[in-house]
Design a protein around this ligand. Sequence first.
Ligand code: NAD
Length: 467
Amino acid sequence: MNQTIQNFSIGQVLDMQKKAFIEEGPVSAQLRIERLQQVIDMLVECKNPLCQAMGEDFGGRPSVFSLGNDVLGSLASLKHARDSLSGWLDDSPRPSIKPFDMFGATAWVKYQPKGVIGIIGTWNAPLFTLLSPLACAFAAGNRAVLKPSEIAPRTAQVLAEAIAKRFDPQILAVVQGGPEVAAEFAEQPWNHLVFTGSTVVGKLIMTAAAKNLVPVTLELGGKSPVLVSDTADLENAAERIAVGKSLNSGQLCVSPDTVWVHESRLQELVEKMGAVYEGLYPTIDGNGDVTPIINERHLARVQSYVEDAKARGVQVIEVGGAQTGSDRRLPLAIAINPPQDCEISQHEIFGPAMVVRSFKHLRDAVSEINAGERPLALYYFGSDEAELAWVLNNTLSGGVTVNDVTMHPALEEAPFGGVGASGMGHYHGREGFLEFSHARSVYRAGSHDPRREWGMLPPYTQQFAEM
Ligand code: NAD
């Protein structure tokens, strides 16, 4: 079937997929693998137009970054799901589930697809935030409808065309549109809904989904902190933080946002980070290696955080020149110890700026982090194993990277997701497969039912109590 879905409402596309899902019956491992392979083949064939589209959406994002982050990142998830799903599906009887074993029963857990998954993506990783969750959704045997971000419209269009050419819309479809379409999307009775975006919109999505009791995976953001221990190699910390911060010009959900360092080492760390950043980007304006800010609205947002800090008398170091925003490329701004009520302290920065704060004792920094919302990522630089264990035991975040930043989301077999205000649920790995499966307990009775002879059924006798 090769019909266009443009003439259908989102509700009709969902109904069509739900009907086809039921009519199809069990989705074999082989069929899941074939569907994943179809997405893999599509990505490989369309990588150039997709990277070009991402470049155009950002006004000049380097193709190498689009290829690595979005194409290869998505391919890694899809290939891992393809190669792992047979093991994930294992529903052989579990001897460890002892279902009244004196009854001679057996039991197992059967993982069944939920049905149709709605996936809303975001612009900063416009392919990855759709296709990486899709990998787990398909591995679990579901069908899916994707809603790309309207803020990356070229990518949305190229992806929609590529999918329409290769997929029956009863299996995989794309709907496009702005916030109104996204709101309508969130109101549908999906069997599961995935949303990647801000915490503010995440709350709207969950409210809409609750009306139909739709389970949600919310991949949100927050102010991911970095703890630089006194035992950290400052050279290494500066190098890795600066490189991580520079990715996509800080427009990354796990971008290091606030760096905590002992007061005696603050200046040295800032200088070293600045030097690394300048080495990566000797110029900013017109430098094709610098990802532009996605649009004027986000440019103004990041600039306003920096201007607000400066206006409050905060020391702001601009690495690469003053923030002109010409061709929407911005230098790195580092705000030193801004007050807590500054804009840059209050909001997820999501751009090439960061806060550096000093501590006297690392535990004080941890207390401040714990007083805020739970972040998507937490980073620790140091070589003290006991201190690392203490940090891990006394903080909570979606994930953690030690002695580097932004790396844990690339672990294909480990769950990726937030906690608290940074989200709920996961994709990646077996946890991702489980997220989009219904874990169905099956109890199979033995041939003999001893309950009557044991006195467990009325008319009751003392016999059972005396056993
Ligand atoms: P956003 O919340 O503004 O928009 C995301 C999507 O929500 C868009 O596609 C839009 O169409 C839709 N939307 C907007 N208003 C809506 C409404 N009223 N009802 C329903 N849907 C609506 O986020 P953004 O600016 O696109 O992305 C930036 C945020 O995403 C940051 O907070 C970042 O940390 C987060 N993010 C998280 C992850 C992750 O994996 N956790 C990955 C990337 C980005």
